[in-house]
Design a protein around this ligand. Structure first.
Ligand SMILES: [Fe+2]
Length: 279
């Protein structure tokens, strides 16, 4: 079960006397091999550094969102590794696939004690709605009719005040010429649904390996550095960036605002081969 088959399945996370806190970890690109590298960077090592930072800073989130490209090679071992290391945070983890993932292998292998296949998560006045934008064999994404229906139905049946959809691909152009054609193909259809619903306050994605933070009406649109290699913002051609791996903290307030910041792992040396021209 990938989690979208059962529309009734919801995860309820109780948070008392404070805003719900989420940490987004995205695009770790893990390999079967322990020392597997993306552009020269050992991705297991950089994910570990991200998780150590979350633990050291005692951030204690209520939920972790893993927003795709968990694996680079779709191996069961890469997902099992992710399952094992994320469980150390002792926090519920929910997930979506990215273009590099195999959604069925994920459902089979992400079986950690803290993992949930739920795609609707209720936290205080908010509901997080997870969407699958990955297309097998393609780098660009598309929600398609089924996923858009899943979102529309979630909107119609909402019991909470604010909604926050999450996907892997960027639904708007980010002025990165090589990445823009690799975003969400049915972004216009998505925004048609979102713009008819005043409860939508945020939209969150991965995929672009860089920070994005802009408003479209009431919707705060956010993307986040990868826990592995970064891509250079505003670049015409593929280019890795010299920025460090990172993650995003989000606090969802009772009056419908998203307080958020990105943390980067500054204190660790990473070897990234910036000369590689391809992804
Ligand atoms: Fe990625």
């Amino acid at each position: 079960m990938t989690g979208w088959e059962d529309e009734q399945e919801e995860l309820n996370i109780e948070v008392v006397d404070r805003p719900p806190k989420i940490i987004q970890v995205t695009d770790p690109h893990l390999f079967k091999e322990e020392k597997g590298c993306l552009l020269g960077l050992q991705t297991r090592k950089s994910l570990s550094a991200v998780l150590d930072d979350i633990i050291e800073k005692q951030l204690n989130p209520d939920l972790i969102l893993a927003t795709g490209d968990i694996s680079q090679d779709q191996s069961p071992e890469s997902y099992e590794y992710f399952s094992d290391v994320m469980d150390k945070l002792e926090t519920p983890v929910c997930w979506i696939p990215g273009n590099h993932d195999d959604v069925h292998q994920m459902a089979k292998s992400l079986t950690g004690d803290y993992f949930s296949s739920a795609k609707k998560i209720n936290m205080g006045k908010w509901q997080i709605i997870l969407l699958d934008s990955a297309l097998p064999g393609q780098v660009y994404g598309r929600l398609g009719r089924e996923q858009r229906n899943f979102l529309s139905k979630a909107i119609k049946s909402q019991q909470v005040t604010y909604l926050f959809p999450v996907l892997h691909h960027h639904p708007v152009d980010i002025e990165c010429q090589w990445l823009d054609p690799l975003g969400l193909e049915d972004g216009d259809e998505l925004f048609e649904i979102l713009e008819g619903c005043s409860s939508i306050r945020g939209l969150l994605w991965g995929h672009i390996h860089q920070v994005y933070d802009q408003y479209r009406g009431k919707i705060r649109m956010l993307a986040t550095p990868s826990s592995s290699v970064q891509f250079k913002p505003l670049s015409k051609e593929f280019a890795a960036d010299t920025e460090s791996p990172g993650y995003r903290i989000l606090e969802l307030t009772d009056d419908g605002k998203i307080e958020t910041q990105v943390n980067r792992i500054e204190h660790i040396e990473f070897t990234v081969d910036y000369s590689i021209k391809g992804y």
